[in-house]
Write a protein that binds this ligand. Structure first.
Ligand code: PLP
Length: 364
């Protein structure tokens, strides 16, 4: 909610959280070994399966999304085997770093930031070498690129030893995602993006194949050991104390999401993206992402007009909005408009109208 004390978050996470969802966190605490908790876990499980479009299990963990990177790397890559990481942006770079930090052998296909992966690149790499896993980011939040996960999944399906691990942190519930149909073995996400929750809880839809692989991997640690999570999940529980308040919020938010309809939610995000693109192009900006790879949840606007993005962000703060100024090495060269979560067209209109006021200032 935009108030004099609180700027509305237009940054790509954490996103704005609806007040009633925030308030759901203030429910009285319950013990995680109680019947009430088991019922809460079971309800969430059922709703998450509908959200991920999977018939399999979805783990719930007190962590940010990076925790499940660690879990994917630790559980799915055997000693003496390798993972193939598709790297093109800050988050894909970091996941490869996480795999290496866990002592795993990693090969990469590296593209310039702002490029999307083509299916053929993965097909060629898998023909040359055997991999235990292909690890990729569905939606590169740093560059505003969406990658062709469905098509790459078709290629990976041809290699029974290769698990397909996909970071859906900034695509889940904002872009089309069909975990079972697309052959994804692990789809991992945080809560603070298009799901529209506060940060601190992470979710991962995980296949039987992943669990079978984990059996073959020693030294999986404890907190991110998927076999430990599985044992508890079977009893509708978690091995360690979970973020119960966030689960209350998730329970409410997933009801609202399922009522909106997952496909309608994807369509709303696409329409917000198009509204943003139309604004940017008509105001003389470019777009960082090439056509066909433009993210439904975040648009990276190429700063072709060379506006002062620090001044823009300061102006927008005065208008009641918290704005991004570009990620990492793209800071200033791009700025991102996040259009994800529960954002509606009218809200985005307000943001764009304020940006217009800023631009008009520069012209006067
Ligand atoms: N993956 C992507 C695509 C992200 O955008 C982010 C964070 O913005 C992460 C992973 C890391 O997620 P977290 O900060 O929840 O650990």
């Amino acid at each position: 909610m935009r108030t004099p004390d609180h700027p509305l978050l237009i940054i790509p996470g954490p996103v704005e959280v609806r007040q009633e969802v925030l308030e759901a966190q203030t429910e009285w605490m319950i013990g995680h070994r109680s019947k009430e908790f088991v019922a809460l876990f079971e309800r969430l499980q059922h709703k998450l399966q509908q959200a991920f479009l999977t018939g399999g299990r979805v783990y719930i963990l007190g962590a940010s999304g990076s925790g499940f990177w660690e879990a994917g790397s630790r559980n799915c890559i055997r000693e003496g085997k390798k993972a193939l990481h598709l790297v093109s942006g800050a988050f894909s770079e970091r996941w490869a770093t996480v795999s290496r930090a866990n002592g795993k052998e990693v090969d990469t296909i590296e593209l310039e930031w702002g490029e999307a992966f083509a299916t053929q690149m993965v097909a060629d790499a898998l023909q040359k070498e055997r991999y235990d896993a292909v690890c990729m980011i569905h939606n590169e939040t740093s560059t505003g690129i969406i990658n062709p996960v469905r098509e790459i999944g078709e290629v990976v399906k041809g290699y029974p030893e290769t698990l397909f691990l996909v970071d859906v942190v900034s695509s889940f519930l904002g872009a089309e995602l069909r975990v079972d149909e697309w052959g994804i073995d692990m789809a991992l996400t945080s809560s603070q993006k298009a799901l529209g929750l506060p940060p601190g809880i992470a979710f991962a839809a995980v296949s039987e194949r992943v669990l079978a692989r984990a059996e073959e991997v020693p030294n999986r640690g404890y907190y991110f050991d998927l076999l430990v999570l599985e044992k508890s999940a079977k009893k509708n529980n978690t091995p360690t104390t979970p973020p119960i308040s966030l689960m209350f919020a998730g329970d409410m938010q997933l009801d609202a999401i399922l009522e909106e309809g997952v496909e309608n939610r994807w369509a709303r995000h696409l329409s917000l993206r198009d509204q943003t693109i139309e604004w940017a192009l008509s105001r003389g900006f470019g777009l960082f992402a090439p056509e066909g790879s433009r993210s439904p949840t975040v648009t990276a606007i190429a700063n072709d007009r060379e506006i002062d993005v620090e001044a823009m962000a300061a102006f927008m703060r005065g208008e009641g909005y918290a704005m991004d100024r570009g990620y990492g090495k793209l800071r200033g060269k791009t700025f991102r408009i996040a259009h994800m979560g529960d954002m509606q067209a009218e809200t985005l209109e307000g943001v764009l109208a304020s940006l217009d006021k800023f631009l008009a200032q520069g012209e006067s």
